[in-house]
Ligand binder design. Structure first.
Ligand code: PLP
Length: 395
């Protein structure tokens, strides 16, 4: 029997497909001549959210003084609204530009001693790892990268992380969902197990808001951050940082600002004169997601991503990598020799765009790169089949 949590129909080869969500694709302004199968990298802002931000920009330009004088209060209101939707402690949540900034804030807030170790994995986001290396170099700490097999399951990853701890492992930076491989690593149980062992947990949950039910886990990590502009339909760039109570007074904002004396979270959010309209429009994105039906969207996207992976495996002969529950992205291994370094991975993405009319993500990996597809309410099964048949020729 086929289990389907959304309305389904079957494809030619008997696979169960999610029924498109009526009217959802029309909410986006994407170029119809391109198959946007890479929602995970930058998201896509729905038209009503773009309009909400535009209204705020117009309001700002009618009276910039009033708008910017009142902005800290409106940012605080927005933060509370976002916290309520995510199920986060409003006193622990700060709005930030993106994960790139959030990891810098987290790392700057931890006082490292010489010889401390930061543990990361080879599925981690490159810039996050580089940020850890920079901070470690400043403090005489070290970064150790744990290699996780591409074909291992989530439990195996958690076991490997715990087994990799050493006496000087002070911090673990782990992905809630990895970027190249779309795998869930920093799940609640692993974060708790690390905390029990006295390890400070920094969770890169870039993809989690909007894609996963995150309420249960936000308060568990010492530092947890995610983008709202990927899967929560917020204007780009909008992110949240959640910090456990014991760290809040120690959080070091990236810049000093007039809000500094307000303490965390306001002092982290306010960056002087800037464009805060994207943040203020973020609740419109969350409301739109709720209107479409959060569970319906999640079920649709997860199932469609699974279908896309199957199409690529069957029609392009790529090796499917393990999938994690609830994740609307899937990864596949490219043949040996393909996309093994940064420039050939970029060249393949460009060729897929120019010759196959599709956007995908490709990350280099020794022995054959990793291709990642995403699924969002504007995608259709045919797009993955077309990509798969084209790739079979291209490769
Ligand atoms: C896991 C992960 N971490 C961090 C980032 C960086 O996000 P941003 O560029 O919004 O800072 C990304 C972006 O794709 C990501 O996938």
């Amino acid at each position: 029997m086929v289990l389907c949590s959304v309305k389904c129909h079957t494809s030619l080869d008997g696979e169960v497909l999610p029924e498109p969500i009526a009217g959802a694709a029309e909410l986006f302004a994407l170029d119809p001549s391109v198959a946007h199968l890479n929602h995970g990298s930058y998201g896509a802002v729905p038209i009503p959210v773009q309009q909400a931000q535009e209204r705020l920009r117009i309001e700002q330009e009618r009276d910039p003084d009033a708008f910017l004088l009142e902005a800290p209060g409106r940012v605080a209101e927005t933060r509370r609204a976002v916290a309520a939707v995510l199920g986060a402690d409003p006193d622990g949540l700060a709005l930030l530009t993106n994960v790139t900034e959030a990891v810098a804030v987290a790392l700057d807030s931890i006082a490292f001693a010489r010889g401390d170790e930061i543990l990361v994995t080879d599925h981690g986001y490159g810039v996050v790892t580089r940020a850890a290396e920079r901070r470690a170099a400043e403090c005489g700490a070290t970064v150790r990268t744990l290699a996780l097999p591409l074909d291992g399951g989530d439990d195996a990853a958690a076991t490997a992380v715990l087994a990799a701890l050493r006496p000087r492992t002070r911090v673990a930076i782990l992905d809630r969902i990895t970027s190249p491989t779309a795998r869930a690593i920093a799940t609640g149980p692993l974060v708790r197990a690390l905390a029990e062992r006295g390890v400070i947990t920094v969770v890169d949950a870039a993809h989690a808001p909007g894609m996963l039910g995150v309420e249960q886990e936000i308060g568990g990590a010492d530092f947890w951050f995610g983008n709202l502009h990927k899967w929560a339909f917020a204007p780009r760039p909008t992110a949240v940082l959640a910090v456990r109570p014991e760290w809040r007074e120690r959080v070091r904002p990236l810049t000093y600002s007039w809000e500094h004396e307000q303490g965390y979270p306001a002092r982290v959010e306010w960056r002087g004169t800037g464009d805060y309209t994207g943040w203020l429009a973020a609740p419109t994105g969350l409301a739109l997601l709720a209107e479409l039906g959060v569970e319906r969207v999640r079920a649709h996207n997860e199932r469609l991503a699974g279908y896309g992976q199957l199409a690529l495996a069957e029609l392009a002969g790529l090796a499917a990598l393990p999938a994690s529950p609830g994740v609307a992205m899937r990864a596949l291994r490219l043949p040996p020799g393909v996309a093994q370094d940064e420039s050939s991975a970029k060249a393949l993405m460009a060729a897929v765009r120019s010759r196959l009319g599709a956007r995908i993500a490709v990350r280099p990996w020794a022995g054959g790169g990793v291709l990642r597809i995403s699924a969002q309410v504007y995608n259709r099964p045919q797009e993955y089949r077309t990509l798969a048949s084209g790739l079979a020729r291209l490769l």
